[in-house]
Every structure is written in structure tokens, then in C-alpha cells.
Design a protein around this ligand. Structure first.
Ligand SMILES: NC(=O)c1ccc[n+]([C@@H]2O[C@H](COP(=O)([O-])OP(=O)(O)OC[C@H]3O[C@@H](n4cnc5c(N)ncnc54)[C@H](OP(=O)(O)O)[C@@H]3O)[C@@H](O)[C@H]2O)c1
Length: 343
């Protein structure tokens, strides 16, 4: 079916400047890590992307290895670009990344120039586009000189493959070093992509948001819903249509009675604010304006509609924040800690 985007798509969404760059991003962005592989119906992928765009989500985030199999999410989005968004490329911010295991042998992962440039070319081909808007180093590589990894990002921009670059899951110390190298090369780092949600607060311990503010770098918080834990989905246990039963990145062992009790109390706070739990979790990540955009995932288009409703109330009272502090805290769900813990 031919898709015609909503005329009102820019009426409600908030767009926030990404650090000190000229780029504005929607307060809610959509990531294609899950539900865009070959194991998921293409029509639902289209509906999710169309609903996102209809509601002002202009930013779609990918990586070379999203699938399964690795690469298939970029291919699926490439198809959607052709069928649905071909006239709207200039209204879209498309990002991809390289850093994790992608192809066999010594050149298929980490942060070498060889890998990053080859992977960027492969991603462009799968997506069927001439350039991407943002290209990331997906994780810090302790065994490659940072000058080489950042030099590859600089080359990717100067050769026209990407407009902007970013880094993901780098800690404050490595972020400062990376940003300095990129500034010296004349290709500023405009964005950092860390995991951040009520149950995974490493960015606060690391003072990463202070660092980014000082450096004028924007941020996009991934897994803001803790992979769906911070939604109404698990309030009564683990349902069959949830990520936790798929045996992929979220273990159902994490969702025991104690956590469910906390979720219900958080849900009560959300209700008292006139929000769903997902909306409050997103508003919490976006509170105070230091996180530029919250990067959600979705398995159905209704979830997008729920999530974009978060922007209706991004303010919290001191009492709400301290009650959330009491109920939140580390749930041992930071799968990306190895990258940010490397010094
Ligand atoms: N840089 C990195 O290393 C890195 C790592 C991971 C992710 N990311 C990026 O971050 C993006 C988001 O990650 P994520 O998918 O884990 O984020 P998330 O937003 O924390 O979780 C998304 C999941 O929550 C559930 N959900 C979403 N909205 C809902 C709603 N309103 N009501 C009920 N359930 C809802 C859905 O799960 P169900 O399937 O259970 O319905 C959905 O797939 C990824 O796509 C990727 O772009 C980056």
C-alpha cells in the first residue's frame, strides 16, 4: 500500500539542538536493534516506521550488526526508504555504527581504520543511500590507538560518507580524549550514545552528562525503557509477547517479584502525573534537557504512539524525583559496561 505521511507530522514533536551543533533531533528517536531482522514481519516494520515519521520522529538509528542476521535491519530499512520514504530523505536523520563483531577474521570488529571504513561502505550499500547522517564508533577499542579510530571517523566525514560522527558507550575520560582528537582534525563529535534509564544509571556515576555539557556534545540515551521493563508490559509478570521471553538480550530472570513490585509503585507515580509508565520513564531520561533525545525501540506501532506522548510532561517535582530515586537503582542490566569500564 502506498504511504502518504501525515500533514501534521511536525505539529507536536519537540526538536532539541544536539550539543553545540546545528543539528536538531526529535526528543524521541527510533532504533532498529530488535524487531527489524528477518525473523519479524516486514509489514509491521513498515507500520512502525510510518507511525514514527507521522508523529515527528525524524531520526532512525541502526548499526551494521542489527538483525538477525547481522545486516538485515539495514536492508529492511533500506527497503522502507525506497517504498515509503523515497521523497523524504532530506527530512530524515539516519545513523549507523561499527564496532561489534560483524564479519569473520581480524578486520570485522573493534576500531581499526580498515574495519570502520569498510563497514561504513557496507552499511551504505545495505541502506541504499549515498551518505548517512551520523556514523558512530560503536564501542571503545582498548587495543587500537584512539587517533586511528577517530581518524577513520574524520575520513568518513571528509570523504562524504557521513555528515556527522558520534561515539557510543565511551566513558568520560575516553570521551574527552576522542572529542579532542576529532576537534583537532576539524570534524567535531556532535553526539554520544550511552545506555541510560532508571535501572541503569552509570552515566551519573561517570559524570558523563557533565562532561558532554562541558564539551558541547549532545546525547542520545539508548534503552530508555530498560528494554521494555519500564512500561506497563511487566506489571503483572512476564507476558508471552514480550522481549523477555525471546531469550535474546533481556533475561526473564531479571523480572522477579521484587522488581514487579517496584514497577507497580513507579506506575502509580506515573498515573499521578497523568502518564503511562513508559511515558514517565522517557520524560525522566529527558528531564532538565541534558539528554538530547531518548532512543526507543518498538515491536508495534501503538508503542510509538504511547512513547511520543511522553513529551506532554517533561517536568518533575522534587518529591517525584526522590521517590523515583528510592525505587530505581541498578538492576544489573548494563550489557555495554565492558566498553565504558575500559580505562
Ligand atoms: N549503542 C549501543 O550499543 C546500543 C545498544 C542497544 C540499543 N541501542 C539502540 O537503542 C535502541 C533502543 O533499544 P531498546 O529497543 O532496547 O529500547 P527500549 O525503548 O528500552 O525498549 C524497547 C522495547 O520496549 C517495549 N516497548 C516499547 N514501548 C513500549 C510501550 N509503550 N509499551 C509497552 N512496551 C513497550 C518493546 O518490547 P516488546 O518486544 O517486549 O514489545 C520494545 O521493543 C535500539 O534499537 C538501538 O538503536 C544502541
Amino acid at each position: 500500500m502506498k504511504y502518504t505521511p501525515s500533514q501534521n507530522r511536525y505539529d507536536k514533536m519537540i526538536y532539541r539542538r544536539c550539543g553545540k551543533s546545528g543539528l536538531k533531533l526529535p526528543a524521541i528517536s527510533l532504533g532498529l536493534w530488535h524487531n527489524f531482522g528477518n525473523d519479524f514481519p516486514h509489514q509491521i516494520k513498515r507500520e512502525i516506521c510510518q507511525t514514527a515519521f507521522d508523529n515527528g520522529i525524524t531520526h532512525f538509528d541502526l548499526a551494521n550488526n542489527y538483525g538477525p542476521p547481522a545486516g538485515s535491519a539495514e536492508e529492511a530499512f533500506g527497503d522502507i526508504l525506497k517504498t515509503d520514504f523515497s521523497k523524504f530523505r532530506d527530512e530524515l536523520i539516519i545513523s549507523s555504527k561499527a564496532g561489534y563483531d560483524m564479519w569473520p577474521g581480524p578486520y570485522g570488529e573493534w576500531g581499526s581504520r580498515k574495519y570502520l571504513i569498510a563497514s561504513c561502505d557496507q552499511s551504505l550499500k545495505r541502506l541504499g543511500i549515498d551518505y548517512m547522517d551520523i556514523f558512530y564508533s560503536h564501542r571503545f577499542d582498548p587495543n587500537t590507538p584512539l587517533e586511528e579510530t577517530m581518524g577513520a571517523l574524520d575520513y568518513i566525514v571528509k570523504s562524504g560518507r557521513a555528515l556527522y560522527v558520534g561515539i557510543s558507550s565511551y566513558n568520560s575520560k575516553r570521551t574527552k580524549e576522542a572529542v579532542k582528537i576529532l576537534n583537532d582534525l576539524g570534524t567535531p563529535c556532535i553526539i554520544h550514545q550511552p545506555s541510560y534509564n532508571m535501572f541503569n544509571r552509570w552515566v551519573e556515576d561517570d559524570r558523563l552528562l557533565d562532561t558532554l555539557e562541558d564539551l558541547g556534545v549532545g546525547s542520545i540515551a539508548f534503552t530508555p525503557l530498560a528494554q521494555g521493563m519500564l512500561t506497563k508490559k511487566y506489571l503483572n509478570g512476564v507476558p508471552n509477547d514480550s522481549r523477555a521471553v525471546q531469550g535474546k538480550s533481556l533475561s526473564k530472570d531479571k523480572i522477579g517479584p521484587e522488581l514487579i513490585e517496584k514497577l507497580n509503585k513507579l506506575n502509580d507515580i506515573a498515573s499521578s502525573r497523568g502518564q503511562t509508565l513508559a511515558q514517565m520513564a522517557l520524560a525522566w531520561v529527558l528531564r532538565g534537557g541534558r539528554v538530547t533525545t531518548a532512543l526507543i525501540g518498538a515491536s508495534k506501532s501503538e508503542q510509538i504512539l504511547d512513547c511520543v506522548g511522553a513529551i506532554g510532561n517533561l517536568n518533575f517535582t522534587e518529591d517525584e524525583l526522590s521517590e523515583i530515586d528510592r525505587l530505581s537503582g541498578d538492576q544489573d542490566i548494563n550489557l555495554w559496561a565492558a566498553s565504558s569500564e575500559t580505562n
